[in-house]
Design a protein around this ligand. Structure first.
Ligand code: SIN
Length: 488
């Protein structure tokens, strides 16, 4: 952990009820945090389990009344302190993130600002939890609708955005007046724990924000999804795991929000600005080495611009500099581990066996955690690579003839998270935007994520929205008050 200016940000155990809590159990070995770029051991983190998860839920439950009864302004002030501290420590937080996750430092800095922006956003949005009055069906009554915090929120978050995926959920929960327990991915616990350290410095009271780090995914997940004191569960990760967690939440009828898998089409029409489409495809595909749920998964190019697009795109991908995210000038880092590389390599191999052509890359990079930025042509929409979430730096290019055909191909997936298309024709823009069955559409834009927008999917990509004014609704209950007996 060289070059971290504030060493107190590097923590080695869970944060429960405002305390750094080391489990005394000898039963579990510590969790090893590995730098994916080098394979080196970064540090070890105390391995919490079921008992600590129970404690964290209890702490959140005990803190709920105190936190929810604060005024929105009081909560906002504390959350803004947290936002400010995250931005003040952006350099250290980015370094920690790159060391444990692998993304280039500039991207890690972007992620810290992105995560902090959710805290700033919901610090403000929490002041705007409005209710309603509804004209009553009879004169002696009044109907009033109020919104109240749902209660204790539990979350399981992924390794691909170790800061922002926690911030996006926790900020909405805290802004709504809920308390929060998160189990971060065991590959990337340090960013979560650094956030807890800053939450404490910001004055967020004990029990409001809890982080439990442990490798008992099943046991800890069961507590977070089935505990009667948890009112809402939120998850970002794969669709199969999300489905299992939803089933567990059904036992106590919890409200859930799920941000699950994607299979984003990126469509280039023949009237598009090709250079703009190349820039959009680069950011939407190769950000985080292709490891985001909204990454472009299939590039559809209209047949009369296929050659022009492919030549320029291959040149842009070839210019990416692969390496350790801490090295200056590196634009694409490692994947999270060798298993992830093996999955991507298999998809490429199967595509080639089915007739695809590797025009760039197609091999493991400098060590077993790296995969070369890759472009495949001659791909068809029925190949496995077009139906599976690649989650790696591989671009399959598929050609199409017309608008109807490409909308049908793009929608031919059980996923419905993000889609992108490039066109300058206003009529086509409306038709395609309305025809694509996805929760988020980038139109002449490859980077669609920010705190002001409702992030989320349809179909098997999940439910609920994160960020924006809609993001708060997932953490609130609607209560209707009927005021009767008003006659004189
Ligand atoms: C994700 O991969 O789940 C999140 C991506 C984003 O927020 O842009």
């Amino acid at each position: 952990m060289q070059d971290i200016k504030d060493g107190q940000l590097v923590k080695n155990c869970s944060y429960i009820n405002g305390k750094w809590h080391a489990s005394s159990s000898e039963a579990h070995a510590e969790i090893e945090v590995i730098n994916p770029a080098t394979g080196a051991l970064v540090t070890r983190v105390n391995n919490a389990g079921i008992a600590e998860t129970e404690l964290a839920v209890q702490a959140a439950k005990n803190a709920l009344k105190m936190w929810s009864s604060k005024s929105a302004n009081e909560r906002s002030t504390l959350m803004r302190n947290w936002f400010n501290l995250m931005m003040q420590h952006q350099d250290d937080l980015s370094r920690i993130l790159t060391i444990e996750q692998g993304k280039p430092l500039a991207e890690a800095k972007g992620e810290i600002a992105y995560g902090a922006a959710f805290i700033e956003w919901f610090a403000e949005e929490g002041k705007r939890i409005y209710g309603d009055t509804i004209p009553a069906p009879s004169g002696d009554k009044r109907i009033i609708v109020i919104k109240q915090p749902i209660g204790v929120v539990a979350a399981i978050t992924p390794w691909n955005f170790p800061n922002a995926m926690i911030a996006r959920k926790a900020a909405a929960a805290l802004g709504a007046g809920c308390t929060f327990v998160v189990r971060p991915a065991t590959q990337t616990p340090l960013s979560a724990l650094a956030m807890a350290e800053l939450a404490e410095r910001a004055g967020i009271p004990a029990g409001v924000f809890n982080v439990v780090v442990g490798d008992d995914a099943h046991g800890m997940g069961k507590i977070l999804t089935e505990h009667p004191d948890v009112s809402k569960f939120t998850f970002t990760g794969s669709t199969p795991v999300g489905k299992a967690l939803i089933r567990q939440c059904a036992t106590t009828v919890k409200k859930v929000s799920m941000e699950l898998g994607g299979n984003a089409p990126f469509i280039v029409f023949d009237d598009a600005d090709i250079d703009a489409a190349i820039s959009g495809a680069m950011v939407s595909k190769y950000r985080n080495a292709g490891q985001t749920c909204i990454c472009t998964n299939r590039i559809f190019v209209q047949e009369n611009v296929l050659t022009a697009f492919t030549e320029k795109f291959v040149a842009a991908v070839d210019a990416l500099k692969i390496g350790n995210g801490l090295t200056k000038g590196v634009t694409i880092g490692p994947m999270i581990n060798s298993d992830a590389v093996a999955d991507v390599a298999k998809l490429v191999k199967d595509s080639v066996a089915a007739g695809a052509k590797v025009v760039l890359g197609g091999k493991q990079g400098e060590n077993e955690s790296f995969y070369q930025p890759t472009v495949l042509t001659n791909v068809t929409n029925d190949m496995p690579i077009a139906h599976n979430e690649i989650f790696g730096p591989v671009s399959p290019i598929i050609s199409f003839k017309n608008e109807c055909e490409v909308i049908a191909m793009a929608n031919n997936t059980e996923f419905g998270l993000a889609a992108y298309f490039y066109s300058r024709d206003i009529g086509r823009i409306w038709r395609v935007a309305e025809g694509l069955e996805f929760g988020m559409i980038g139109i002449n834009e490859g980077l669609i994520s920010n705190a002001a927008t409702p992030f989320g999917g349809i179909k098997q990509s999940g439910n609920g929205r994160e960020g924006s004014k809609y993001g708060l609704d997932d953490y609130l209950e609607i209560k209707y008050l009927c005021l009767g007996g008003l006659d004189k």
